[in-house]
Design a protein around this ligand. Structure first.
Ligand code: SF4
Length: 417
């Protein structure tokens, strides 16, 4: 049995608003194409067009003004699921504010539908002109501006869209939506809409101020399925070999904290690389002040036996900190079960169970973070020394890094048990 896409008959728009007609047609088109509500991801924009979220039983994401196509592009590439459909909805204001995002999705031919509800103005803020306001409409509104509007249907086509169409005389336009939903790749449908509150109030007047119907298409394969399927990003030329082993059973979250110039980001990348060489999935991300080269430097690494679908790290399993700057930044993330690996200079009565080592003394300012992380990972059997050495080998400072890793392996014996 078809599950309804619309959850209510009460539209959130002003009486007579064309957006309601468009949304009802979209819901019908989705239902008749066999989509269940949770097969559909609606990405809405700021403005009256963005009021659709609560009336739909689908997934909904509400984005920044003009950014609905960019969000939808990300969702579509990330999902890479032919059973799901991503539909972005925005007004003419949003479409021109974020025109680059629209063109980017068209250029890449991302598998999604973008519906632009064009009432020729910004409705929510009182009727200001947009980049799609036509000269005929502006003349009618006594707006002294002869700048021509964008033709987004042609622009999307020129950029590479699989399909783009303008419906200038609204009515039963469900068929256009159905065709767009069935088209692999990027489809844009511009729908002329009434805005009884600030714009055109009658259907027969609408066709007079908007260019006529237009339908353009081209044959092109959709954007590649997903960045996830391209293999690890750490090395060109295919997946890294994984001859090493690790005793990580599920997932390990590591925070490495130091200061600018201490190679913290390189250490994180190296650990992630060694993890991949040990048959694990890995992510890394860095955090540092805008003024790169000063203050703290912090990096998160996740190593996991399974695919990592969420890269956030609320509760790290271990924090490796080698400078005061770094520790000050990471301190609030210490939880009762967090293991701590700290440079001896950071000895703190609040952390009597931390593993303290003379990392700075042994490996210097630039090697301390690597020495601390590597010695703990080797000691715990989480990564093999050889995996870390192999990860360092291709690095521009490979020799120096390998020297520190060897030192770290030696330090393991001297660390408290
Ligand atoms: S202001 Fe215009 S576009 Fe917005 S809901 Fe009202 S009629 Fe529709």
């Amino acid at each position: 049995m078809t599950q309804p896409i619309l959850v209510t008959k009460d539209m959130p728009f002003c009486p007579g608003c064309g957006h309601g007609v468009a949304v009802k047609n979209l819901a019908k088109a989705l239902e008749e194409a066999g989509f269940r509500p949770l097969d559909v991801i609606i990405v809405s924009d700021i403005g009256c067009a963005g009021l659709v979220d609560p009336i739909l039983a689908t997934h909904t994401i509400h984005g920044l003004h003009g950014r609905a196509p960019a969000l939808a592009l990300g969702v579509s590439l990330g999902l890479s699921n032919p059973g799901k459909k991503v539909v972005a909805i925005q007004g003419d204001g949003g479409a021109t504010i974020g025109l680059q995002h629209l063109l980017e999705a068209a250029r890449r031919n991302v598998d999604m539908v973008l519906i632009v509800l064009n009432n020729l103005l910004y409705g929510m803020t009182g009727g200001q002109m947009s980049g799609l306001s036509t000269q005929a409409f502006k003349a009618e509104k006594h707006v002294d501006d002869d700048t021509p509007p964008f033709d987004i249907v042609r622009l999307a086509h020129e950029a590479g869209a699989a399909g783009s169409a303008r419906i200038s005389a609204p009515g039963e336009f469900k068929a256009y939506f159905q065709e767009a939903l069935a088209t692999p790749g990027f489809s844009l449908i511009e729908v002329a809409c009434l805005c009884p509150s600030h714009g055109v109030k009658k259907l027969k007047e609408l066709a007079e101020v908007i260019p006529g119907d237009l339908k353009l298409s081209r044959q092109r394969p959709p954007a590649r399925a997903s960045y996830r399927d391209t293999g690890p990003l750490f090395e060109k030329g295919g997946p890294l070999p994984a001859p090493y082993s690790s005793c990580i059973r599920e997932r390990l979250g590591i925070v490495i904290a130091g200061s600018a110039g201490g190679g913290v980001q390189s250490v994180a990348r190296l650990v992630a690389n060694a993890g991949i060489r040990s048959g694990l999935h890995a992510t890394m991300k860095g955090e540092y002040p805008i003024t790169v080269g000063t203050g703290f430097s912090l990096a998160e690494v996740i190593l996991s036996r399974n695919r990592i679908h969420y890269t956030g790290l609320e509760a790290p399993d271990v924090i490796v900190a080698v400078t005061e700057d770094g520790m000050a930044k990471a301190r609030s993330r210490v939880k009762p079960n967090t293991a701590l690996v700290l440079d001896s200079a950071l000895r703190d009565a609040a952390f009597p169970d931390a593993l303290y080592g003379n990392f700075h003394k042994e490996a210097g300012k630039q090697g301390a973070a690597l020495a601390a992380a590597a010695s703990w990972l080797i000691r715990e059997g989480l990564l093999e020394r050889e995996a870390l050495l192999e990860a360092a080998r291709g690095h521009q400072h490979g020799e120096a890094l390998m020297e520190v890793i060897e030192k770290a392996a030696g330090m393991v014996r001297g660390l408290p048990v």
